[in-house]
Design a protein around this ligand. Structure first.
Ligand code: NBP
Length: 469
């Protein structure tokens, strides 16, 4: 009997759709889920000649061709370890386990070491695109040994999204590299969403746009350099009506944003690697603040600011300024995300290829955007680019658009509208281009209270000064 090409364990939203995607590409896919009835439901709802469900894990494993290729699509964290523990006794040398969930890259590094020590092979595979992506073509970021990747590259590339005919799937680097890049993708996604949300605040509260005008504005923006999945769905959201009340649905949604952890990990990694990712991090903090609804409702009655009336003389020009501010900030968000990956690459020994990573993000994933081609071109021109903002295209855009970012940020501050991502963007830009910072004073303070020493501008070495009492 013909053996199955690949197996999928975990048949919730992501696993079932990924399996269907593989089956559509002609692969015979073995399926297993801890709760068998979940698998039965998937089979009943999606009958497919290439899908084969097994009740016993041993039968699932035995049905696979050698070397066995098994994708785990279970909840990240302890469930991944539980499934691996159950699988290991059933596998043979050289078999390949792939974790396609949002695992923490440190767990992936640990699992790679433990599993490969037993003669098996392990890949940590970042997959982005949600349900739709999994079903019809996600962006895929595989990490692990290249030898293991060679056995699964054809399947992963087949099922991935395609951008200009190229698969949005490329080998990222050893052990946790794939999950790291997926984590940073999610950190950038948080920033992209926060910047769009802040643009919404400005357009609505300062510009006075109603939801129909907002829909039209975002649709227009999606025709130009901001063209992206997130701008497209934002335009769509403003058109949607609430079936219960007939109001705009967006106005009926509670203003508390949820999060599942990858944004927080990105912020932690910024601190761990000593990277200024203040814009990305501000997007995570903004979600925390949004979730503190009760405190905000209370504070809104206690903390007052009499905002001056801000009159926008030319609404069209204001909308254009917000667009330029958004584009400039988006450049800065990606500059921080890629800087984080650059530092991680050297810290964890991954030798990441940033041009290829930008290409993988072009389709299938949530941050897919026209803009990604520019990033990949920038790294094609100079693979060792110190910061994305220094690329000639992005430099020119920042030179032109920074005025709008400064203008709308000032207006928002005057109006009392919170815009942490915009203000962090301009602050990062100004601190990165500042040849002489104010840290001379910090060093003086450190030396005065703690004898931490300082370096001098005119002489090599570390000095301590006996400060006057
Ligand atoms: P979930 O993250 O909701 O996980 C549900 C699956 O995990 C079910 O198959 C469940 O089996 C299984 N599972 C659990 Br929970 N504990 C288990 C255990 N101890 N042993 C065996 N199986 C266990 O599924 P998902 O939303 O499809 O996501 C799968 C992975 O993909 C996650 O890591 C997620 O973060 C990642 N991801 C999700 C999205 C998205 O848009 N949803 C996007 C990108 C990445 P059961 O049926 O028996 O409970």
């Amino acid at each position: 009997m013909k053996k199955n090409d690949i197996g999928v364990i975990g048949l919730a939203v992501m696993g079932s759709n990924l399996a269907l995607n593989m089956a559509d590409h002609g692969y015979d896919v073995a399926l297993y889920n801890r709760t068998y009835s979940v698998g039965e439901k998937v089979m009943a709802e999606n009958p497919h000649d290439h899908l084969h469900l097994y009740e016993a894990l041993s039968d699932f494993v035995a049905s696979l061709s050698a070397p066995r290729k098994i994708v785990l699509m279970v909840k990240a964290g302890a469930p991944v370890d539980r499934v691996i523990d159950g699988l290991i006794p059933l596998l043979d040398q050289g078999d390949i386990i792939m974790d396609g969930g949002n695992s923490n890259f440190r767990d992936t590094i640990r699992r790679t070491e433990a599993i490969e020590a037993q003669g098996l092979r392990y890949l940590g595979v970042g997959i982005s695109g949600g349900e739709e992506g999994a079903r019809f073509g996600p962006a895929i970021m595989p990490g692990g040994s290249q030898d293991a990747y060679a056995h699964v590259s054809a399947i992963l590339e087949d099922i991935s999204a395609k951008a200009e005919g190229e698969p949005c799937c490329t080998y990222i680097g050893t052990d946790g590299a794939g999950h790291y890049v997926k984590m940073v993708h999610n950190g950038i996604e948080y920033a992209d969403m926060q910047l769009i949300a802040e643009s919404y605040s400005l357009l609505k509260h300062v510009g006075g746009l109603n939801n129909d005008e907002l829909a039209e504005t975002f649709s227009e923006w999606n025709q130009g350099e901001l063209e992206s999945f997130l701008i497209e769905i934002t335009a769509q959201i403003f058109k949607e009506l609430d079936p219960k009340t007939g109001n705009s649905l967006v106005d009926m949604i509670l203003d508390t944003a949820a999060q599942k952890g990858t944004g927080k990990w990105t912020a932690e990694e910024a601190l761990n690697t000593g990277t200024d990712a203040s814009l990305l991090t501000s997007a995570v903090f903004a979600r925390f603040m949004s979730a503190d609804k009760q405190a905000r409702v209370h504070a809104s009655k206690e903390l007052h600011y009499d905002a001056p009336t801000i009159k926008i003389e030319d609404q069209k020009a204001f909308v254009n300024s917000v667009k330029e501010a958004l584009y400039a900030s988006k450049i800065i968000a990606y500059a921080q995300g890629f800087d984080l990956m650059k530092r991680a690459s050297s810290e964890y020994g991954w030798n990441l290829n940033f041009g290829e990573i930008a290409k993988v993000f072009r389709e299938g994933c949530i941050i897919r955007a026209k803009f990604l081609n520019r990033i990949s071109e920038a790294y094609d021109k100079n693979s060792d680019l110190a910061n994305l903002m220094l690329d000639s295209y992005f430099n020119e855009k920042l030179t032109t658009y920074q005025k709008s970012l400064r203008d709308v940020s000032s207006l928002a501050i005057q109006a009392g509208i919170s815009i942490p991502a915009f203000t962090n963007a301009i602050s990062y830009f100004d601190s990165y281009r500042n040849e002489r910072s104010n840290a001379n004073l910090i060093q003086a303070q450190r030396d005065l209270f703690g004898a931490h020493t300082f370096e001098r501008i005119d002489e090599e070495g570390h000095f301590h000064h006996e400060w006057n009492e």
